[in-house]
Design a protein around this ligand. Structure first.
Ligand code: ADP
Ligand code: MG
Length: 484
């Protein structure tokens, strides 16, 4: 039981996620988007907002936002206005951010997450709007000065805002993982939280269990790891309950997360909250989105897990668990699909994919794109397994590791060289079985009198004599015939 449950409270969370779009150029001008280039080398007068320059909307960013909206079942705004949000900050020297205020491009949608209990929960998506990123202030390179790098200024972002539907750190985690998986599937953002491509603000309040009104919320700004979001929620839930229990009111404020001790501290309160003086951006006309635009984007979307999971379960008789593992990321799902389509046996293919293949990915920390074996070689291995020529354990423990080091070799040749081909020659098997039965005549008698549990013992001895090479299926059939 959590601290808040023990005190009779529940925690209420709404998340705002900023996702940096992987468009080639910035949101309102043609400056390239790149990491790790010389500071302030990707900054034209337009991204700096110098007088006399005119912004222009990046159509690719519009398409990316619509993709995300469609994936989250939102409605799509047809007439998209842009607005200036005015504030000055060293990393925003032009003095305003161009964002969408009254007309977010996507609104009223939802995303389903899987809770810890394994059930599905629907999280409302209030809105997804487009905006531009600010630059970066750097405080830890120069001991005396803060440095400003404006390469990131003007990069396209979407902000995805949920309803206050999340109820625990674990649900927040499941939601953020789902968002990360989705942006990667759609190929609109690399999803790297450590690099700041996904950043999260958490709105957190508590209320007595059973209460229908929300409590006063606090906003914790700008976290770039899922673990930090979870820690911030834990800390805030505890802090807010202690305040309330001590008879104090929760102040409406913006807080920051301290990654060293996992606490949060106040940044600014409601009284000194900024007045952004929003007004329509005079240099941009509204962008119209037509039915045809939306249809074209829909057609170009990849198959999402919520579609592929039921399809895999139905077509190949997979369990939900297996189907989920196969669709964890888009490239792996694509690879797995290709194999399943050609495999003579779906179950064997799945066991190979989620067994040795996924272990390799986990151990190497690599994606399937870097996997040394081609689909064709894996299909050869599946063929050997389906024909009972090798056992699954020798495939996963000997053959696959060997092939990963020598990906040019043919699977059948390598199996012979490794000595793992199973023998299902009837004469060979019969001789083995006869030998074992002759050595155990008393047990054979006992078996015939009803001790059928001895079958395993006979099998064990035969397999041992064969050095693991007797084909177990064939052996078992012959053994039963001899004993009956
Ligand atoms: P703002 O514009 O000030 O950020 P919004 O109404 O857009 O305010 O809400 C921002 C986020 O706060 C949303 O994710 C919403 O779900 C969440 N939120 C609103 N009320 C609460 C509450 N009482 N507790 C927790 N989260 C809340
Ligand atoms: Mg907010």
């Amino acid at each position: 039981m959590t601290y808040w449950e023990s005190k009779g409270y529940e925690v209420v969370i709404g998340l705002e996620v900023h996702a940096q779009l992987s468009t080639e150029s910035k949101m309102y001008c043609g400056d390239p988007v790149e990491y790790g280039t010389m500071p302030n080398s990707l900054t034209s007068p337009i991204s700096l907002g110098l007088p006399g320059t005119l912004p222009k909307i990046n159509q690719e960013a519009i398409n990316y936002a619509i993709k995300m909206g469609l994936a989250c079942h939102t409605s799509i705004e047809r007439i998209n206005g842009f607005a200036r949000k005015n504030y000055f900050y060293p990393d925003l020297p032009k003095g305003y951010q161009v964002t969408q205020d009254k007309t977010p491009i996507c609104y009223n949608g939802h995303l389903d997450i899987v809770t810890e209990q394994g059930s599905s929960k629907r999280i409302g998506i209030q809105r997804i709007h487009l905006e531009e990123d600010a630059g970066k202030s750097i405080h830890d390179i120069d001991p005396y000065n803060s440095l400003v790098d404006l390469n990131r200024a003007g990069t396209a972002l979407i902000e995805i805002v949920t309803d206050p539907d999340l109820r625990s750190p674990e649900e927040a985690q499941a939601y953020l993982r789902e968002i990360r998986k989705m942006v990667r599937y759609l190929d609109i953002c690399d999803g790297n939280m450590e690099e700041g491509s996904l950043r999260c603000d958490a709105n957190i309040s508590v209320r007595k269990i059973g209460s229908t009104e929300y409590g006063q919320r606090v906003e914790v700004k700008n976290m770039n790891s899922i673990r930090h979001v979870m820690k911030a929620i834990e800390y805030e839930a505890t802090r807010q309950i202690d305040e309330i229990e001590a008879g104090n009111a929760i102040a409406q404020e913006t807080r920051s997360f301290n990654a060293t001790d996992h606490s949060t501290f106040a940044l600014r309160s409601k009284e000194d909250s900024m007045d952004y003086r929003y007004f329509p951006e005079p240099d941009l006309i509204p962008i119209h989105v037509s039915d045809e635009d939306i249809e074209a984007i829909k057609k170009a979307m990849p198959e999402l897990p919520r579609e592929s999971i039921p399809r895999l379960m139905e077509t190949y008789g997979l369990s939900m668990y297996d189907a989920q593992l196969l669709t964890e990321d888009r490239d792996f799902a694509h690879f797995a699909n290709g194999i399943l389509e050609q495999s003579p046996d779906a179950k064997i293919a799945v066991n190979l994919l989620i067994g040795p293949v996924r272990s390799w990915m986990n151990e190497m920390g690599q994606s399937i794109a870097a996997y040394p074996l081609s689909a064709a070689i894996l299909l050869e291995v599946i063929e050997l397994l389906a024909n009972n020529l090798i056992s699954f354990s020798s495939a996963s423990q000997k053959l696959i590791p060997h092939l990963q080091k020598h990906p040019q070799e043919a699977a059948s040749e390598a199996s012979k060289a490794l000595g793992i081909i199973q023998n299902n020659d009837e004469k060979y098997l019969e001789a083995l079985i006869d030998g074992v039965l002759a050595e155990n005549q008393d047990k054979v008698k006992a078996y015939k009198q009803g001790k059928t549990g001895l079958l395993g013992m006979f099998m064990g001895q035969i397999m041992k004599k064969s050095g693991g090479k007797a084909d177990p299926k064939q052996t078992s059939i012959l053994l039963r015939e001899k004993l009956s």
